[in-house]
Design a protein around this ligand. Sequence first.
Ligand code: SAH
Length: 295
Amino acid sequence: MRFDIVTIFPGFFTGFMENGILRRALSEGLVEICTHDLREFTHDRHRTVDDRPFGGGEGMVLKPEPLAEAFAAMGILPKSERVSGVSGVGEDSGVSGVSEAKSQQVGEAGRTRVILMSAQGRPFTQAIARELAVLDRVVLVCGRYEGIDERINELYCDEEISIGDYVLSGGELAAAVLIDAAMRLIPGVLGNQASSEYESFGVPDAEIDSDVDGVPRSQHGAGGLLDYPHYTRPAEFGGLKTPEVLLNGDHLQIRKWRRAQQLRKTLTNRPDLLEKAALSKQDLKLLDEIRNSDL
Ligand code: SAH
């Protein structure tokens, strides 16, 4: 899976790529990240990427020409020129004959997505991270100043994504958030594949097998529950003991306790998720008990 990032600050991503799971995924070739410095696509002495907004008002706007040139260099056509009309094409399509180029476009079109990082975008979620993790190529456009010229959005971008209801000074941090969340869902990236299914916002309940004893291992799907709390050694720390149930090795009891904790945590921090969660009769009973006890 390849991420292309269009940015005026390519250096921003250096530290991001040098640590943790992403560093390993990059070195193992499971993920590739290419940054494209927007200034490389300017032609004036000052390498100007911005200009004043038509109509007046605050700030500057990223000019369309360098962005369009960056797309061309990446082999990304305007949407209207793409065969499927959904997304971009690979770089090598230009060197082949027309018909071969077109067939490559068809093959690759559905697996490439061009995303504009934008406070006005669709809110980013784990479900979107899962959508992205199965693509071959994701192109991320990072705005700066007041944003980019809207015609670039119209001409090239499949969608706008926001990482939350706040305004950042640039799209780089948002792109890094999106890459981090998506890349860890690519098969082979996490040592233990199950950990991405059973954590907060994991896969929908229907996709998780119930265990042999009939107790769901976890049901926190998209629209599900938050994760349960985790403990490690020492068993007692800062005057607080690890809950006894986790120490006695009774796995059925442990699962029930964890489920109750998920319900408790979700009720406290994200009651909105409970409305959409697929809850069993037992869950509803537990939830009542939790509601009636002191939270
Ligand atoms: N004028 C814009 C804000 C521009 S901030 C507005 O009011 O919506 C500059 C750039 O930062 C944006 O172009 C976008 O790429 C990025 N950005 C800011 N907030 C973001 C968010 N919540 N999610 C994703 N990208 C964001």
